[in-house]
Design a binder for this molecule. Structure first.
Ligand SMILES: [Zn+2]
Length: 255
């Protein structure tokens, strides 16, 4: 009994399995792209919330400082009056000391207000930047999620068709042969190979290009059973070389 039909089915299986693998990878890539945008949006939201909380705190601190400065101003006014009213050197010295302390306090608070104002401006600028990026990403997501959803749906339709075809082809193959194929395909993407005649009665596995034992090659010539390549363990069969100027291999050499 000839194995010609099984050969065609096995070769078809290799092609269909490659398609299934590639479609799965493409779907993953499409989804990853959207996931990346979503992740960045999430980070931006967290950063914006933190920035908004810290600017609120800075605003509050700044108001407190401004109020304290007003009080210091009043105290300075009083100290100056005390200095003017001083009746002796002791009172004048005390007022001077008070004035010095208050002026130092005023400088310190002024410095703090300046610093916190600067920090607040920086935080606000960074928030504006985050908001611009957020708007950018949102519109990108809106535009691309539609596109991605469409192309994922289209890829999934093709994947489903490939899976259906695989079922049909697999159902036609003898169970033991299919099991052998499936077992091999976990480590070899194309577990089926042809073998061709190199020289008189010498065959070569086209999967790993090793020379096959002559007795094995001789058995294969009749195309009644599959063999296993002693080197790469692929399922192998004999495919006669195409005559010169022929129509090429019957169903596309796997590359
Ligand atoms: Zn081989």
């Amino acid at each position: 009994m000839s194995i010609t039909e099984q050969i065609a089915d096995l070769e078809r299986l290799v092609v269909v399995d490659r398609t299934i693998r590639e479609l799965g990878e493409q779907i993953g890539k499409e989804r990853q792209q959207i996931d990346g945008v979503r992740a960045e949006l999430g980070e931006l939201e967290t950063r914006l919330a933190a920035d908004s909380q810290s600017t609120a705190e800075m605003d509050k601190t700044r108001l407190d400082l401004v109020q304290e400065l007003r009080l210091i101003d009043k105290q300075l006014q009083r100290s100056r009056e005390r200095l003017q009213r001083a009746r002796n050197e002791r009172e004048a010295n005390a007022a001077e000391r008070e004035l010095d302390e208050l002026r130092k306090l005023q400088r310190d608070r002024d410095e703090e207000v300046k610093k916190i104002t600067e920090l607040g401006e920086q935080a606000r600028a960074s928030m504006e930047q985050s908001e611009r990026r957020q708007a950018e990403l949102r519109s990108e997501l809106e535009g691309s999620s539609e596109g991605v959803a469409r192309s994922v749906a289209e890829l999934e339709t093709r994947l489903e068709a490939a899976r259906q075809e695989r079922k049909l082809v697999a159902a036609r193959l003898p169970v033991r042969l299919l099991r052998r194929y499936d077992r091999l395909s976990t480590r070899l993407p194309a577990p089926v190979a042809a073998c061709q005649q190199a020289e008189a009665l010498q065959g070569t596995c086209l999967g790993c290009h090793i020379q096959l034992p002559p007795a094995m090659f001789h058995r294969m010539l009749s195309r009644t059973q599959f063999e296993e390549c002693p080197n790469c363990h692929r399922i192998i069969y004999y495919r006669p070389a195409e005559p010169e100027g022929g129509a090429g291999p019957p169903d596309g050499e796997s590359s």
